[in-house]
Design a protein around this ligand. Structure first.
Ligand code: M6R
Length: 590
């Protein structure tokens, strides 16, 4: 949560540069924004509530070679201009932007108040410049004072700071990502690569427990605690600028949904030998744990069915934030598979850390190369979906499911068949996502847009897809949507059904199809408006959304019309599907 972007170097338009780049980080938080430019020996701060995308870069045309900026997802303190970052010390000499949480901020704030400091905001962040100022009383070197200040902070955070009397930018990290773009004329430091992708594709990663200091000409990475120098590799990123832009689409969400025609094929394009090694590792592990959060957790839940039906192998599935209590079951011989689009999700990372502390091996299935999960896992399979910018995860989910399904096939010595099935599925998706189909889904959305409650049912691997469908519809359209295992309906939720309540049933063409048709008939008998996503029509369906019959890959196909439906529900209800309220793309706080 929160996007940070800073620059120091020989350019003299750092203010404009960071505002422009920050717009590419808006997906990380869009409650408010702020910029601090070092102009001569002074700092000019501009901050406000609202979206950075609405801000005109030309207003930041100061003669400035160093600037930091921030787009906020509020944690501590409401959405006000005063709470927006950057925060300064009282003398206005130290500027700080921050992502994450300083967990002990209350006690630090009380100590500072006793020393006579007054606070302008309700944030945890404001203690940072004050503590740095305190440290500078005995340690005048700015970077050293930042190091000493960080020793006082508990929690997971990324900090970017400068002092008006120093030409250096200082960054520290204990959890929230910070990546350096190495330019010919300076250094760019950001929470994510899109901020500086138009300037450089050469990156260096700041790791947890590290600090960097740069004057724009050179950069030094050190251990945050000891100050010991850490050598760093430069890595070239492969994403193109175009991939990270909307192109002809009105929203990233629709663009990313449509990209599934290609992205699933890229996920399937893995090295066979590596997949077989992973399949064997799962077979030999004493307990395999699949962990993800939100949509990635639903990919894990779907995979539980893939492993059960295709590989006849039991795996344990837990959401990231719930894993900690299950640590008793981990042994050094266990395997944890963590699934994440961003590779930065705090809940998932926490589970991964628990696994590592128990000596278990960790396999990561991630989209964002170079992310914390990618770098800290023992092995990584990248799903290669390309940048996913909309808050709603779409193409990452289908890539994750494709990879997990392939592994399940490999465990049954059927990797080739699995790959062929998935590639045929991709071609069916390509046919399905034609303009007429999209128009039809828009009509369905038009019809149900005014309902405030909507239910989705599924069985077998369509059950996690029902849960995922609910997340998709909730997060972008704000309709109260809930997913159920179809068989659970009659154990309670059916009491919610009223005349006309839209209910979506997810079906395949398999042994559970008759059951779910019966459940759909039960819903219809109680007045529900039944909408089915199914390969074949049935008189129980008021509306039939046809999908290709792809056998065990049905979950991958069935989620796609739901994604499109969720998109149109948002648009028709006047909501921005790319930046839903209260949410951010990367959930880097617990
Ligand atoms: O980056 P991750 O896949 O680890 O993110 C996990 C969840 O935060 C994410 O899937 C979230 O639920 C999405 N907004 C759902 O669309």
């Amino acid at each position: 949560m929160c996007g940070i972007f800073g620059y120091v170097g020989s350019r003299n338009n750092a203010g404009q540069l960071v505002v422009k780049g920050l717009k590419n980080l808006e997906y990380r938080g869009y409650d408010s924004w702020g910029v601090a430019c070092k102009v001569g020996d002074a700092v000019l701060v501009e901050k406000d509530i609202g979206k950075i995308s609405a801000v005109n870069e030309s207003e930041f045309a100061h003669d400035c070679g160093m600037a930091i900026s921030h787009t906020r997802w509020a944690t501590h303190g409401g959405v006000t201009a005063m709470n927006a970052h950057p925060h300064l010390n009282e003398a206005g000499t130290i500027a700080v932007v921050h992502n994450g949480i300083i967990e002990n901020f209350q006690s630090l704030r009380n100590e500072l108040k006793e020393k006579g400091y007054t606070f302008k905001s309700e944030t945890d962040t404001e203690v940072i410049p004050y503590i740095i100022e305190e440290e500078m009383k005995t340690t005048p070197d700015f970077a050293s004072a930042v190091r000493k200040a960080c020793a006082k902070f508990d929690g997971r955070y990324g900090i970017l700071a400068f002092h008006t009397e120093s030409n250096t930018l200082v960054a520290t990290r204990t959890g929230s990502p910070l990546i350096v773009g190495v330019g010919e004329d300076g250094y760019f430091i950001a929470s994510d690569i899109p901020a500086f992708m138009e300037h450089t594709k050469t990156v260096q990663y700041l790791d947890d427990g590290e600090m960097l200091v740069t004057d724009g000409k050179s950069i030094l990475f050190t251990d945050l605690e000891t100050g010991e120098e850490h050598p760093k590799r430069e890595i070239e990123i492969t994403w193109s600028v175009e991939e990270a832009q909307k192109g002809e689409y009105a929203h990233f969400m629709l663009k990313e949904i449509m990209e599934q025609k290609d992205s699933i094929a890229r996920a399937v394009n893995q090295d066979d030998d590596q997949i077989k090694v992973i399949a064997d590792a799962i077979k030999n592990a004493q307990g395999t744990f699949l962990v993800g959060s939100g949509t990635a957790h639903k990919a894990c839940m779907a995979a539980e069915y893939f492993f059960s039906v295709i590989a006849k192998h039991h795996v344990n599935v837990t959401s990231g934030g719930e894993f900690k209590v299950h640590h008793h079951f981990l042994k050094p011989e266990s395997l944890m598979i963590v699934v994440s689009q961003s590779g930065e999700t705090a809940d998932t990372l926490e589970a991964m850390k628990v696994a590592k502390s128990k000596g278990a091996k960790v396999l990561a299935i991630v989209n964002a190369e170079g992310s914390t999960i990618d770098r800290e896992a023992d092995y990584t399979l990248l799903i290669n979906a390309g940048p996913e910018r909309a808050v709603a995860s779409t193409k990452a989910l289908t890539g994750q499911m494709a990879v997990l399904m392939m592994i399940a096939h490999a465990m049954n010595d059927k990797l080739h068949e699995g790959k062929t099935l998935l590639l045929n599925t991709v071609s069916s998706i390509n046919d399905m996502l034609n303009p007429r189909y999209i128009d039809f889904l828009e009509e369905v959305a038009q019809e149900i847009q005014h309902h405030e409650d909507l239910y989705i049912i599924g069985k077998s691997w369509n059950y996690p897809i029902a849960l995922e469908s609910a997340i998709k519809i909730q997060e972008v359209s704000y309709i109260h949507a809930e997913g159920f295992a179809a068989s659970e309906l009659k154990h309670g939720p059916i009491a919610l059904i009223e005349e006309g309540t839209p209910c979506i049933a997810l079906l395949g063409n398999d042994e559970v199809t008759p059951d779910i048709i019966s459940n759909t008939i039960e819903l219809k008998a109680r007045g529900a408006q039944t909408i089915a996503i199914a390969p074949e029509n049935n008189e129980a369906f008021d509306t039939w959304i046809k999908v290709p019959d792809v056998g065990v890959a049905q979950a991958i196909v069935n989620v796609i019309p739901i994604q499109v439906l969720a998109y149109f529900l948002a648009v028709k209800r006047g909501k921005d599907p790319d930046m839903p309220r209260n949410l951010a793309k990367s959930v880097t706080v617990k």
